[in-house]
Design a protein around this ligand. Structure first.
Ligand code: SF4
Ligand code: SF4
Length: 284
């Protein structure tokens, strides 16, 4: 079973739910797909045993074969290639300028170059770390600073998931491509929100994403106080509210020290086990 934990915006408590749910289960793997800012490791403190680079394909131009026809720059949807041509067709000369950070590695230019002047090269854009902490197999994707291909790193991290162990995916915040890449293939999605107008707004968008992806979902309300806004929305859309975590200064203090909820307040283990049982009920 793969459970994704998502939220329409950052700072709602998504990682708190992912980490504490994992710490409460017997055997589980926890995948940090928030590759631009992975922070599960701060709370888990796992022992890392394996590291793999994540690479993307980049074009390598052979200047001896290139006729500066501009076909590659015309088909590149990401404007990663620019061709400058001097001279005439008899004796072409010029330059093909490659903007590596714009390239999405689609290989279109490699396929379409009429002179076969483009080879497949590689560029490192991030890494995947794998480790362990007691009952938890830990997988983390990390995108290098200034890179944009988060989905590639997420897909690579997810490729290390072992199918026979329950899996929790800590998705990035928001609703863009990295979130879709993280949720893809999940059996259930926990939507973490907080009971504010902003929280509701972002929950509505995140819920729409799960509907499009046809993933059943349920809500966890963090910083729970007056939850009427969220409760009304969930009632209207028949979304189960699976758990509430109270607005409590002591919880915020432990979070700021990098201590997990179940470590600081062991009674929460039962509550997270209960959350897992409710998800299993939803999937029956
Ligand atoms: S498509 Fe090939 S031949 Fe034409 S400019 Fe690009 S690399 Fe050169
Ligand atoms: S691989 Fe795709 S994105 Fe990269 S330069 Fe070629 S056409 Fe553009």
């Amino acid at each position: 079973m793969i459970i994704a934990v998502a939220s329409g915006k950052g700072g709602t408590g998504k990682t708190t739910v992912s980490v504490n749910l994992a710490l409460s289960l017997e055997k589980v793997q926890l995948v940090d797909c928030d590759v631009e800012e992975p922070n599960v490791h701060i709370f888990l403190k796992p022992k890392i045993s394996e590291t793999y680079p994540v690479k993307t394909v980049v074009p390598e131009i052979d200047k001896n074969k290139c006729t500066y026809c501009r076909k590659c720059s015309e088909i590149c949807a990401y404007n990663a290639l620019s061709v400058i041509k001097f001279g005439d067709d008899e004796k072409p000369s010029g330059e093909v300028i490659f903007f590596s950070h714009l390239c999405h590695g689609c290989e279109g230019c490699i396929l379409l170059c009429p002179e076969e002047a483009i080879k497949r090269g590689e560029r490192e854009i991030g890494l995947v770390r794998i480790g362990e902490k007691e009952n938890i197999r830990f997988i983390e994707g990390k995108l290098n600073v200034s890179e944009v291909l988060a989905p590639k790193v997420i897909e690579t991290a997810k490729s290390f998931i072992k199918k026979n162990i329950p899996t929790i995916i800590d998705a990035p915040p928001g609703t863009s491509c990295p979130v879709v890449a993280s949720l893809d293939g999940a059996d259930f999605c926990i939507l973490v929100t907080e009971p504010t107008p902003f929280g509701l707004h972002d929950l509505e968008i995140a819920y729409e994403v799960t509907k499009v992806l046809k993933i059943p979902s349920g809500v966890v309300i963090n910083k729970s106080e007056d939850d009427s806004l969220i409760e009304k929305f969930c009632q209207k859309n028949k979304i189960p509210i699976l758990m509430k975590i109270p607005f409590d200064k002591k919880i915020a203090e432990t979070y700021s020290k990098g201590i997990s909820l179940v470590e600081a307040f062991p009674e929460y283990k039962e509550k997270f086990l209960n959350l897992f049982e409710k998800i299993k009920e939803q999937l029956k």
